[in-house]
Design a protein around this ligand. Structure first.
Ligand code: NAD
Length: 476
């Protein structure tokens, strides 16, 4: 059984949970110790105790740890990619790509550790000096989802450590393997005892204990909107800093003047790759009248031809859905969309493969409207719906007609429409003539409206969440 990490010690528990491969449910990757309230409180206590010394540690030490860990991740990306594909179901090339990104993120924040700066200003009162500096927030609770098992933990843990915070990390129940590997790598890279603690276990126990604890100074959360709202409500009495990254119902607009191949590729990749289990997935395809039929015909043909299979089989283009519950949710939404008048143009059925897994042929649903449930609620699977609109103005209105605002895309050859969309889209991230899921690791990531709350993750902007600003005045 793989243990928890508390105060620099590997700790086993009486209860463990198996990590099941969604491509082959007879394959158990490993068993992981489950923290309860006592272990979680011990991890928080360790993080509190370690915070003052780590907060004053020098940038060289933080750089060296993050650099060594980043290099190890990159050197082991094939093996860690296999682990990721096996526990989450992403096809191997995508899994290796995600591991690569985690390594790059650690290296980026290794550099950031050496680039921390403040401001020195003249006071409005003569003779007085003013310094503005950034200090660590303290103990950061990290609650992560299952769909990016190593990249998301990396882009939360790396800045937390870089800026001198201590961490209590709770990965999602379905993906303890990558979380364990990442923490093991950082631990061996020299993170001092108590600075990074791993508590695998159920959200309502481990996560809730973190939310209820007054010693957790900040919580960064990625997951569903429902849980995000719970994190916000539980954090208010503690007046703690929070950062929430939640769901999406992201629009991809395709205009009459779009390059058809570019648009079909953007939709295929953005909606279905990684089994559509991406918060940035383009699940609403908003298409103007003049290109609609050609676009739908070309996309439907390619969706039907997508090879769904075992994540470790190199012929697979789409891996399985992550588990039985998510598969049922996907099938339920396809059913509801059809009941409300949508037409299933491609896929949408469960398929069998040699191994027993949660395989679903990606679904393309046409003839949908903005007010249908399929266009209002996040499915979080390989399911995309097409909304037919008259023109650009109607497309923009439909794109913004959502409680979510994570990412949005447009395919057009018109600079005028591309520029207007970049300005008027109510999303945190906008893509022009690109699949909506590919984002860089050195620039801010996040959304608006119901998708995000708090300051941005990643890049230099991460400093906003992981530090607190101090203004000091000195008289001669
Ligand atoms: P989830 O909300 O079910 O779980 C997220 C995390 O919260 C897990 O670690 C879970 O154990 C924990 N949790 C559950 N109950 C809790 C409680 N009572 N207290 C504290 N923690 C608790 O989400 P999920 O199914 O793991 O992930 C899918 C969701 O994540 C989708 O909505 C997706 O859009 C979103 N997501 C968003 C982004 C983004 O950056 N915006 C990125 C990836 C995924």
């Amino acid at each position: 059984m793989k243990p928890l990490l508390i105060n620099g010690e590997w700790v086993t528990t009486s209860h463990g949970v198996e990590n099941i491969n969604p491509s082959d449910t007879s394959d158990v990757e490993n068993t992981y110790a489950q923290a309860g309230i006592a272990e979680t409180e011990a991890a928080i206590a360790a993080a509190i105790q370690a915070a003052p010394a780590w907060g004053l540690s020098g940038p060289q030490q933080r750089h060296d740890i993050l650099h060594a860990a980043g290099c190890e991740i990159l050197a082991r990306k094939q093996e860690l990619g296999m682990l990721l594909a096996r526990e989450e179901g992403k096809i191997l090339p995508e899994a290796i790509g995600e591991v690569n990104r985690a390594g790059q993120t650690l290296l980026f924040f290794a550099g950031e550790a050496l680039r921390q700066q403040g401001d020195i200003l003249a006071s409005v009162r003569p003779g007085i000096g003013v310094e503005v500096t950034r200090e660590p927030v303290g103990v950061v609770g990290i609650i992560a989802p299952w769909n990016f098992p190593i990249a998301i933990p990396a882009w939360k843990i790396a800045p937390a450590l870089c800026f001198g915070n201590t961490v209590v990390f709770k990965p999602a129940e379905l993906v303890p393997g990558c979380a364990w590997a990442l923490v093991d790598i950082l631990h061996r890279a020299g993170v001092p005892p108590g600075v990074l603690n791993l508590v695998t276990g159920p959200g309502p126990v481990v996560g809730q204990t973190m939310l209820d604890h007054p010693g957790v100074d900040a919580i960064t959360f990625t997951g569903s909107q429902t849980t995000g709202e719970r994190v916000a409500a539980a954090s208010l009495p503690h007046l703690r800093k929070i950062q929430l990254e939640m769901g999406g119902k992201n629009p991809l607009v395709v205009l009459d003047d779009a390059d058809l191949d570019v648009a079909v590729h953007a939709a295929l990749d953005g909606a279905f790759f990684s089994t559509g289990q991406r918060c940035t997935a383009s699940s609403r395809l908003i298409v103007t009248e003049g290109i609609h039929d050609r676009f739908v015909a070309a996309l439907a043909e390619q969706v039907s031809a997508l090879r769904v299979g075992n994540a470790l089989d190199e012929r697979s283009q789409i891996g399985p859905v992550v588990d039985a519950k998510q598969l049922q949710q996907d099938l339920d939404y396809i059913h509801v969309a059809r009941q409300q008048g949508g037409v299933l143009r491609a896929g949408g059925e469960r398929v069998q493969r040699q191994t027993d897994g949660f395989y679903l042929q990606p679904a393309l649903i046409t003839e949908t409207h903005s007010d249908m449930r399929i266009n209002r609620e996040e499915v979080f699977g390989p399911v995309a719906s097409v909304i037919r609109v008259a023109d650009y103005d109607a497309a923009l209105a439909a794109a913004n007609d959502s409680v979510f605002g994570l990412s949005a895309g447009i395919c057009t050859s018109s600079l005028k429409y591309a520029s207007d969309f970049k300005r008027k889209s109510q999303a945190g991230m906008v893509m022009v003539n690109l699949p909506m899921a590919g984002v860089d690791y050195h620039v801010p990531f996040g959304g608006r409206k119901g998708s995000s709350y708090g300051s941005r993750e990643q890049g230099r902007y991460a400093a906003e969440f992981y530090t607190t600003v101090k203004t000091a005045y000195t008289a001669p």
